[in-house]
Design a protein around this ligand. Structure first.
Ligand code: SAM
Length: 208
């Protein structure tokens, strides 16, 4: 047994409808690693049960897996806005939401994350940043004013496959921007933060 298998066998099981989405993502799409998956999914669901958000924003829907994990803990009347720029995923995402029992709490926005953030007139309790790695700092500055004091941002992939510790090629914009984001947040006195080595790195940020 690997350590990863041990961790999963001592955590809650992946709900059947999410296991189905995870499998369909691996069968149908070329970049299935982008899907949060069992462990991070259970973390997102548990985190939402802990902080009990009523209004969540997710940047980067992909196949809807992480959105559904967070929506599990939303109370009646709660809402999760999720933004995806790839319109070819729309039908797949909507089918996944419809088959879940939590889809009615989720509003899917097909478009560019920065444009949709501007349009949304909401105060968020939680924002999950998981879209274009080149835009993390722009997302952060765009959502911070719309996050309530005491609210949380979760930023995914902040270890970026360990590349944050390696020599970066000048044209590797994704790694450069993830590192810029990490350095900026680490020094930002408007927030408290802790970086977790979960999966590809997940930073928890709390607005003071
Ligand atoms: C890592 S995946 C999201 C995974 C999903 N949150 C999960 O954990 O299952 C990133 C997604 O962001 C989308 N994306 C990239 N740039 C975007 C942008 N500018 N606006 C909205 N979505 C974007 C990609 O098409 C991709 O589906």
């Amino acid at each position: 047994m690997t350590l990863d298998e041990y961790i999963l066998s001592h955590s809650d099981a992946e709900p059947a409808y999410l296991a189905k989405i995870n499998r369909a993502t691996h069968v149908r799409l070329i970049n299935p690693r982008m899907c949060s998956g069992h462990l991070q999914g259970r973390f997102l669901a548990m985190f939402c049960r802990m902080i009990q958000p009523k209004c969540i924003l997710e940047l980067g829907t992909f196949t809807g897996y992480s959105a559904l994990c967070m929506a599990e803990a939303l109370p009646v009347g709660g809402v999760l806005h999720t933004v995806e720029c790839d319109d070819e995923l729309e039908d797949f995402i909507l089918d996944n939401f419809a088959g879940s029992g939590h889809g009615s709490k989720i509003r899917l926005h097909i478009g560019d994350a920065l444009a949709v953030i501007k349009e949304l007139d909401e105060t968020f309790d939680l924002v999950f940043i998981d879209a274009d790695k080149r835009e993390y700092l722009a997302y952060y500055e765009a959502v911070l004013p719309k996050l309530r004091a005491g609210g949380f941002i979760l930023a995914d992939n902040t270890l970026w496959d360990g590349k944050v510790l390696q020599k970066v090629a000048a044209n590797d914009k994704q790694t450069i921007e993830i590192m810029r984001f990490n350095d900026f947040v680490a020094k930002d006195s408007r927030v408290e933060k802790v970086m977790l080595p979960l999966r590809d790195g997940l930073t928890i940020i709390r607005k003071i």
